[in-house]
Design a protein around this ligand. Sequence first.
Ligand SMILES: NC(=O)c1ccc[n+]([C@@H]2O[C@H](COP(=O)([O-])OP(=O)(O)OC[C@H]3O[C@@H](n4cnc5c(N)ncnc54)[C@H](O)[C@@H]3O)[C@@H](O)[C@H]2O)c1
Ligand SMILES: [Zn+2]
Length: 381
Amino acid sequence: VPLTRVEVPLAADMSNRSYSIFIDPDLGAEARAADEIARRFAGVPLGLVSDDVVGALHGGRYREALESRGVRVAYLEVAAGEASKSLDTVGEVSERLVELGLGRRAALVALGGGVVGDLTGFVASIFMRGVPWVQLPTTLLAQVDSSVGGKTGVDLDAGKNLLGSFWQPRLVYADLCTLATLPPRELSAGLAELIKHGVICDAALFERIERDADRVRAPKSEEERALLAELVAWSCRIKALVVGGDERETAVDDPAGGRARLNFGHTVGHAIEAASLETDAPLKHGEAVALGMLAAARVGAELGKGDASLEARLHALFPRLGLPVDLDPWLRPEVLARVAVDKKRTGAKLRFVIVPRLGESATVELTPEALAEMLRRRKAG
Ligand SMILES: NC(=O)c1ccc[n+]([C@@H]2O[C@H](COP(=O)([O-])OP(=O)(O)OC[C@H]3O[C@@H](n4cnc5c(N)ncnc54)[C@H](O)[C@@H]3O)[C@@H](O)[C@H]2O)c1
Ligand SMILES: [Zn+2]
């Protein structure tokens, strides 16, 4: 199976911050990743950051691969989980990096999912006023979504991702063998974002997933990893294209929505995710986004502007991938009221992403009240 390389072109800026994403489906990827890192950072001490779960599973072979190439590695772990995306952890990691002897000439490497990636990227953007960094994403979500586009950051008590920076990595190396240890629900959650990329940008990707859904659930064999590698690369290419055209999400005039089109499914999804966190059966972000995509498909159809068959197609696909479809119980007023506090709204109206035809996106302006009304009407009817 060939190693795939996807370029993330960030053409808007004069300084060249474009970078490559490697998608490696074969065993022994740590050696090839370490070659790429050592080549770029000869003589530079590295801070390798992971979480305690990923570190125990995959940290050793990455440390060895780097050290055996003569790279000096300062290794540290944070606790697994969203709570590590905090300002406290930023302080602790930074103090520890200094203790371990890293300074201005250092580079950081994030080995883990989106939490480790967002945290480490943010530290890299401010440590010694900014050092280069590399991402080794180990969740499907990180491989298809969070490692593309350079958004880094941590959470505040007031909300998620409220503190951050745009800081592009120098390299992303996705080792698909890490997915063999990923819990199935985490894999499904990543698939939701992958599907989203197909829905808003490329009907052929969506149709490919529809055709092969039953083979991507547990990537254990070489053949399944090859299929997943193809889907991951496809998905990265789409996100790279969207992000490359609108790095800082400022293209408000783009009828297709610019980078903001990536919010498809996220307006209602975030509300459901937040509400679910207060129950004893919290949803994963990707699971909530799956429900949010069903809601967005429904709203598009209600408006007479969206693909009329999208909701049914998503509804048929999601269970095959371990994703939820039970939207209606979430359409309660107290859940939908959370849409109004979504930080991405502009003024009183939401810029809501819909899908006019599979593979295309558009935005409509809606008040949160109109959105809630439309979803409730359809639920009743
Ligand atoms: N920067 C962006 O553009 C962007 C985009 C989307 C999401 N995010 C952020 O990403 C975060 C979510 O990322 P995530 O879903 O990867 O969560 P995560 O990093 O918390 O990983 C999920 C869980 O899986 C474990 N894990 C990771 N890789 C593993 C592996 N290979 N085997 C076994 N266990 C493994 C982790 O320890 C963790 O417990 C959120 O904080 C979100 O805000 C950022
Ligand atoms: Zn998301």
